[in-house]
Design a binder for this molecule. Structure first.
Ligand SMILES: *Cc1c(COP(=O)(O)O)cnc(C)c1O
Length: 409
């Protein structure tokens, strides 16, 4: 049997559908973010990153880098085992306390990644609730969908952020059925925010539990970086908050924060927690440093919002099709997978600008886009260069521009 043909055929399908992915070989330069070196096929070049999820540049912050180096030097690299065997090390315990405090919860539990925290967290919670019905937002991230699937219980999908539809499903399920509502607070492809207060109202009225993914909001929203739930004053009304240390906190790892019993139960039952090695101490110390810094420093959050607003204004003013977004995310509509990919290739090769194309299955077909994520470190000059480069690419690929806005600058 020729097994390799199965794999080459699978790859051919991706090429035919124009959704074969190519990664750029990049090397960030600490202290000079968003500048990076691109190890291109024809040699190394300086480029500017415009699509990083290290939203606040905390991955290069001296306090964060310093904590990582200091801890690694003091205690070594790996955790030495699963939490049960050898892995509940002190920096991890400190980090969990920091996260519980950030979200105003009794406790927090750390996982290898945000992906794992959703997957094993949701599955474990739902399995521990007899006859659980999961109500899941239609645009939830793949890690939540996988968690819901692994839960093995009944699930219903409500239309994206549609509280009327959610209420319909809650009412139909009846007051006695245990129900778990799962959604994100900030959807990162469109940059829209979930109506968390209304979802909490419904959860309370119909007796449902709530699980909210704050991955794209922690560190960036709320007076201490607790996320959209903190900003909106509903943190205490949400049962389980999930977040990542890999985006605004600039490190790696995921977590849930909740009541002591919920955390203890997931700690005791979740396979994705139990059977894997704990995060390294140095990563935990670095994440703790980032969280602590962002609990008191508003500079990054304010500058981040300011930069996003400026990018939106300049690109919109230039007639580029910026999609409406309530947050720091700046999606730019292309609507065609091939030209989306091509636009990114030209930006990188000819303008030294790195933006990853967002194609199906990350977004629906026909809504392909560039997803731009300005950071506190993208200055006015870089923004002007971005606008100029995009205009050239739009012209070259014959992509439509809007009427020039009079509000330009
Ligand atoms: C990135 C992401 C995750 C996964 O977090 P990682 O820490 O990168 O594994 C979970 N949920 C959403 C909505 C995400 O965008």
């Amino acid at each position: 049997m020729d097994y390799s043909q199965f794999f080459s055929a699978a790859l051919s399908r991706l090429h035919e559908e124009r959704r074969y992915r190519v990664f750029a070989d990049l090397e960030r330069i600490a202290g000079r973010f968003p500048h990076a070196t691109w190890h291109s096929p024809s040699g190394s070049r300086n480029v500017v990153i415009w699509c990083s999820n290290d939203y606040l540049g905390m991955g290069q912050h001296p306090k964060v880098v310093g904590a990582m180096v200091e801890t690694a030097t003091r205690v070594g690299t790996g955790a030495g085992g699963t939490r049960n065997i050898a892995g509940t090390h002190h920096p991890l315990v400190q980090l969990e306390a920091e996260l519980a405090d950030l979200h105003g919860k009794d406790a927090a539990l750390l996982f290898t990644s945000g992906y794992v925290s959703n997957q094993t967290g949701i599955a474990t919670l739902a399995k521990l609730i007899p006859n659980c019905l999961i109500l899941s937002d239609a645009l939830n991230h793949n890690s939540m969908i996988e968690g819901v699937r692994q839960a093995g219980c009944e699930r219903q999908i409500f239309r994206h952020s549609d509280v009327a539809h959610l209420e319909e499903l809650l009412r139909a399920a009846g007051p006695d059925r245990p129900k778990l509502i799962a959604c994100e607070s900030l959807y990162s492809m469109d940059g829209d925010v979930a109506p968390l207060a209304k979802i909490c109202d419904l959860a309370e009225r119909y007796g449902a539990m709530t699980y909210v993914d704050e991955v794209h909001a922690v560190g960036m929203y709320g007076p201490r970086g607790g996320g959209i739930a903190e900003r909106d004053g509903v943190m205490h009304r949400i049962d389980v908050l999930e977040g990542t240390l890999a985006k605004a906190f600039g490190c790696l790892g995921g977590y849930i924060a909740a009541s002591a019993d919920i955390i203890d139960a997931v700690r005791s039952y979740a396979p994705g927690f139990i059977f894997t090695t704990a995060l390294p101490p140095a990563i935990c110390s670095a994440a703790t440093a980032a969280i602590r810094h962002l609990k008191t420093s508003n500079w990054e959050r304010e500058r981040h919002q300011d930069r996003s607003a400026r990018v939106k204004a300049i690109l919109t003013g230039a007639g580029l099709p910026v999609m409406s977004s309530d947050t720091h995310i700046v999606p730019l509509f292309v609507g065609d997978p091939e030209r989306c990919k091509r636009a990114c290739d030209i930006l990188l090769e000819e303008h030294g600008i790195y933006i990853q194309p967002i194609n199906y299955p990350t977004v629906a077909k026909g809504t392909e886009r560039l997803r731009i994520t300005p950071s506190p470190y993208h200055d006015d000059g870089l923004i002007d260069q971005l606008a100029e480069a995009l205009l050239q690419v739009w012209e070259r690929l014959d992509l439509p521009l809007n009427e020039k806005s009079l509000a330009a600058e």
